[in-house]
Design a protein. Sequence first.
Length: 156
Amino acid sequence: MLGITVIALVHAVGIGIVTKFLRIGKKSKDSPETDGMTIHWARWYDPFVQLVSLGRAKKLRQLTLDLAQIKTGESVLDVGCGTGQLVALMQEKGIDVIGIDASAEMIQVAQQKHPTADFRLAAIENLPFEDNTFDVIVSSLTLHHLPPPLQHVGPR
């Protein structure tokens, strides 16, 4: 578990540095209204995550799935799906999953990389689904983009 803690710390520090130098902001003309930050450099996101996770991005995503303990037949929502890597991993395992992100750029890259997966542009504060639509909600590498009050509330 120490390795995962180090990966999370390196990711958080890396995001902090990148936030200062790359365009990360609250609003984009194509993105929904959100109190969180959205990333507007989606094509560079996967290489960045690979770098800050010390080459363990896929292992980190697999650990996320293992910890979620998703059972056969359960439906999953991936909140803050980014470029869709976790959604694609779940889809490979036969899991019924939808990915949402508040960044139009992230959704566009996700759709290009994984054309058979279901991605939707939506913010965590205003989900376009009825209550109890999903059995499991996962969120990986997302909470640090949300202001503290929203981190505690979660999907609405």
